[in-house]
Design a protein around this ligand. Structure first.
Ligand code: SF4
Length: 219
C-alpha cells in the first residue's frame, strides 16, 4: 500500500486516539519496513519446501487473527485510501456484527493474561475476515497484519510446531521437527522484532474488537 503524503484527518485522529504521538506516516513507514524484512526472511527460509500458500487460498483468514494497534492503524489507513464510503460502512457494519457475535469472548480476552485459558477462548473466535474479497483475496493485501505474513510458512518456537493451518501441517508432516525448526523462520521472532521496533505492539486483539472500539474513526 502506497502511503498517502496527506494522511486523512480521521487517520490522524485515530493515531492520537490509539495513544501515539508519532506522526502516522513515520509510524506506518517503520511498520512497513519491518513487514518487508519479515516477508523476505520468511520467503528465503521457506524456499526449501513446497507450500499451499498462494492466491485463492484463504484458510488463514478464517482463523483468529490478532493484531496490535500500529497494525490496525495501517489497515485503517489502507481502507481510508482505497475504499468508498459505502464499502467502508459495509465493512464496519460486518465488523460490528462480529463483535456482537463474539461479545463474551472479547470481554474475556480483555481479562485473561497469556496462557492456556486465553488461547482456548481465542480459538473460539473464528470467522471469515470481512476484509476478504468475494474472490477470496485480501482486499488490503499489502497492508495485511504480521500474522498473515508469517502464518503458513514459518515455525512456532513456542508451540514447537509449524506456524500454519491444517494444510501446512499436512505438507510438513514428513519432515522431522528439528529439521523444520532449523530451516523455517521463527514466527515468534517476528513478533519480538515488532515489539522491539514499534511502541504499543505488546497488546493484540482481533479485528472486530478494534473496529468496534474505534468505529468513530472508520465510518
Ligand atoms: S486482513 Fe487480509 S490477510 Fe488478514 S485475515 Fe483479513 S483478509 Fe486475511
Amino acid at each position: 500500500v502506497k502511503l498517502p503524503s496527506a494522511v486523512p484527518p480521521a487517520i490522524r485522529r485515530l493515531t492520537e486516539a490509539l495513544g501515539f504521538t508519532e506522526d502516522p506516516v513515520d509510524l506506518m513507514a517503520r511498520l512497513r519496513g519491518l513487514y518487508q524484512d519479515v516477508d523476505q526472511a520468511v520467503r528465503e527460509r521457506a524456499s526449501a519446501h513446497v507450500f499451499d500458500c498462494k492466491s485463492g487460498c484463504s484458510d488463514c483468514c478464517h482463523e483468529s487473527v490478532f493484531v496490535s494497534a500500529p497494525e490496525f492503524l495501517y489497515i485503517a489507513s489502507a481502507i481510508w485510501t482505497r475504499f468508498s464510503v459505502t464499502r467502508r460502512q459495509r465493512l464496519l457494519d460486518e465488523m460490528l456484527r462480529l463483535a456482537d457475535v463474539f461479545e463474551d469472548e472479547l470481554a474475556l480476552l480483555e481479562e485473561l493474561g497469556p496462557g492456556k485459558e486465553r488461547d482456548e477462548v481465542a480459538a473460539r473466535i473464528r470467522f471469515r475476515c470481512p476484509l476478504l474479497s468475494e474472490s477470496e483475496a485480501c482486499s488490503v493485501y499489502e497492508a495485511r497484519e504480521l500474522n498473515g505474513r508469517t502464518f503458513g510458512m514459518s515455525w512456532d518456537s513456542q508451540g514447537n510446531r509449524p506456524f500454519g493451518c491444517d494444510r501446512t501441517h499436512v505438507r510438513l508432516a514428513l519432515y522431522p521437527d528439528a529439521q523444520l525448526a532449523g530451516s523455517l523462520y521463527d514466527a515468534r521472532q517476528a513478533r519480538r522484532e515488532l515489539v522491539a521496533r514499534l511502541p504499543g505492539t505488546e497488546t493484540v486483539h482481533v479485528y472486530p474488537w478494534w473496529f468496534a472500539r474505534y468505529r468513530a474513526f472508520l465510518g
